[in-house]
Each structure stands twice: as C-alpha cells, then as structure tokens.
Design a protein around this ligand. Structure first.
Ligand SMILES: C[S@@+](CC[C@H](N)C(=O)[O-])C[C@H]1O[C@@H](n2cnc3c(N)ncnc32)[C@H](O)[C@@H]1O
Length: 271
C-alpha cells in the first residue's frame, strides 16, 4: 500500500469506527458546538505557533489560510500581511471568523466559504494549513492544489493525532482500541511519495492546563468517546476517571498524556 493509500485508509477506518459508536446522526456542521473555542485576539503575543508564523510573513505578501477555522491564525497574519484569503467550509467557523474580524477591525481578510478542493481563489505567496490535514482523505489533491497556489507551503500538524490523549480510554470504555487518525509521521511519508523534501520545525508551546473541573472533563471526554448519559459506557467512563485523571496546575488532565506540540512542515513547490 502506498503512503497516500495508507493515509486515506486510516481516515476511513477512524470515521467508520466513530460512526459505529454514534447513537445519533452527525450534525451537518461538525464545528457548531466548538467554533467559539477558535475565537482569539489577533493581537495576542503569547501564542508560540502564531509568533513562529508571523516571522515568516512580510507586509507585501498575500497569505492563503486553508481551513482557517475561526481565524485564530488568519486574523493575526492579516495584521502583518497585505491580505489573507481564508478558505473555510464550516458555516459556524466562518461566522466566528467574520465576527472576530469585525470586533478587532481586521479588514484585509477575504473569507471563501468552501472546502479547499472546491474553492476558487487567486494566487498567494504563502499557503498555511494548520491542524486540518488529519481528516483530509484526498491528501494528494489537497497538497498539490496548495502547491499550485503559493510559492511557500506551510503545513502545521502535531506529532500525534490531536485526540490521541483520549485514545487509551477507548478500550476500557468500548472494549476495542481506538483506530488512530494519521498525523506527522504519515504526512512525512506522503510527502516523500510526492517527491517533496520539507523542512520540519518543532514549535515549543506551553502545556495545556487541561479540563477546568471534573464535570467538564467528564462532559468533554464523553463527547469525544461518543458516550451518552445513563449508558453502560458512561458507567465505565465514570468509574475510570478517578484512575486516569490527575489534578495539576489548577486543572485536570489525563495521566501520562503526551504534550502535543505543533510541527511546521514547509517547502517551496518546484524548488
Ligand atoms: C481544527 S480546525 C483548525 C482551524 C485553524 N486552522 C486553526 O488552526 O485554528 C480544522 C478546520 O479545518 C476545516 N476543514 C475541514 N475540511 C476542510 C477542507 N476540505 N477544506 C478546507 N478546510 C477544511 C474545518 O472546517 C475546521 O475549521
């Protein structure tokens, strides 16, 4: 199996497992419950990833943000670039992006409400794609289209899947191990297959404080595990929490969870 086939297969298997655990229909916009979490002050200075990306952009450049979400990166980068084209398919994410742009008076962001493969956009100097690729099945077409639209491509991925900290709860709750999404190692194999030799930089970031309270931890973990109230799975999750959670720095986190830190994978297409 080629690297691109393996990538697609991992996503399909993960999605099929999620579907088999779901008790209800998935929402039409999967970000409707969490889009507000992607609202951030575009002038913040304490975000390691943003500070890293800011240095790579100059005032005359057009930046393309593929999967811009609520504008966590698009809006601050617009403040240092000529303009940002923000491509984002989720209506709730686009709403947060537009509202935050208005709130902070950022006027040089064009929002294109579309998936990347369907998007019609002009050329840019830099294409950024942060924490999007883990679920992109047609990875080759997605990457190649970014290459056609910019002279520098910056993909941001964690060294492991974003929800990998929760994976170890799957077996005790559901009786089966979680099938993982692809992340950095598989992406580097994909790029090798595509003939791309990128630079990879680790961005040092603060450890997340974890969940604010035990109740929030239970709610969020239940959502990620597709566990519904008063089910046998919920009883197993509740019994597990005291063993797997630890209280640290005023929050609750999963014991032994790895610290997810972003990697910036960059290359100049055709170089
Ligand atoms: C985890 S969020 C990251 C948002 C933003 N890049 C950030 O780092 O804050 C992933 C985003 O990718 C978007 N996305 C998913 N599939 C996409 C696609 N085919 N084309 C463009 N964006 C996509 C989602 O709608 C979501 O807003």
């Amino acid at each position: 199996m080629s690297a691109t086939q393996r990538w697609t297969e991992m996503i399909r298997a993960e999605h099929a497992q999620s579907d088999s655990m779901r008790k209800d229909e998935p929402p039409a916009d999967s970000w409707s419950n969490s889009a507000q979490q992607f609202r951030a002050d575009p002038r913040r200075t304490d975000d390691g990833l943003l500070n890293h990306l800011r240095q790579l952009v100059t005032p005359e450049q057009v930046v393309l943000d593929v999967g811009a979400g609520g504008g966590r990166l698009a809006l601050p980068l617009a403040l240092v670039a000529q303009k940002v084209i923000a491509v984002e398919p989720s209506p709730s994410m686009c709403r947060v992006l537009r509202e935050t742009a208005a709130e902070f008076d950022v006027r040089n962001v064009d929002v294109v409400e579309s998936g990347w493969l369907e998007a019609e956009v002009g050329q840019a100097d830099v294409a950024i794609c942060a924490h999007v690729l883990y679920v992109i099945q047609d990875i080759e077409a997605f990457v190649r289209k970014m290459e056609r639209h910019a002279g520098l491509v910056l993909a941001v991925l964690y060294q492991a899947p974003p929800q990998s900290q929760v994976y170890r709860l799957w077996e005790p709750v559901h009786g089966v191990p979680r099938l993982p999404l692809p992340s950095l190692p598989e992406f580097l194999e994909v790029l090798e297959q595509l003939g791309v030799a990128p630079d990879v930089e680790v961005v040092r970031t603060e450890r997340n404080r974890g969940y604010d309270s035990l109740e929030t931890a239970k709610e969020q973990l239940a959502r990620r595990l597709y566990v519904t109230p008063e089910s046998p799975e919920m009883a197993r999750l509740e019994a597990l929490l005291p063993q797997v959670l630890e209280e640290k720095d005023g929050g609750f986190s999963i014991k032994g969870a790895i610290h997810l830190e972003p990697r910036v994978i960059s290359w100049r297409p055709g170089a």
